[in-house]
Design a protein. Structure first.
Length: 173
């Protein structure tokens, strides 16, 4: 349910920008992050299907709510809540929320990395961890990068890591 709310935040943000009467000054990293977060949520939602056989305890279930809650917050930061009041300069908005965006994303990725170890018999290291390391590094890089090119690179590196995850786990061989 919380994942669906995150997707709703993404779609509502895109809808607000599409319906705005202001001339939106778009920012490429934000557009890539819309897709990245949508894909990340889709992949996590799909991967949690593996937990359907877990004999749940309350602490395990509470832990499982951490990542979707953090991702909901990350998704809510992508677009100004009120474009008419907050302005249509998306790059300026992204710079204002950059640190909370990437810090929260980092903690969400950490929660995602650890959940398989806590909730199932997933080994501590497996080939999927390479993509996880890239996602973690990209969050740290995005937190500190102040240039437009750096933010584009962070968003694209994240996108490539997500595509690699799709290829590794879900593309038939």
């Amino acid at each position: 349910m919380i994942y669906a709310l995150g997707v709703a935040q993404i779609l509502a943000g895109v809808s607000r920008m599409a319906q705005s009467t202001l001339a939106i000054q778009h920012y490429l990293p934000q557009r890539i992050w819309f897709f990245n977060l949508f894909l990340l949520i889709f992949l996590i939602w799909w991967a949690t299907w593996e937990f359907r056989t877990v004999d749940w305890t309350f602490p395990q279930y509470a832990y499982l709510l951490i990542a979707p809650t953090l991702l909901f917050f990350v998704c809510s930061l992508l677009t100004p809540l009120n474009l008419e009041r907050d302005g249509a300069d998306i790059e300026a908005h992204f710079k204002r929320v950059q640190r909370p965006f990437f810090a929260t994303n980092l903690f969400a990725v950490i929660a995602i990395v650890v959940d398989g170890n806590l909730l199932s018999d997933e080994p501590l290291w497996h080939s999927g961890r390479y993509a996880h390391l890239v996602l973690l590094a990209a969050s740290v890089w995005g937190y500190f990068s102040s240039s437009r090119k750096g933010q584009i690179a962070v968003a694209l590196v994240t996108l490539l890591a997500l595509f690699a995850t799709v290829a590794r786990f879900w593309v038939p061989r």
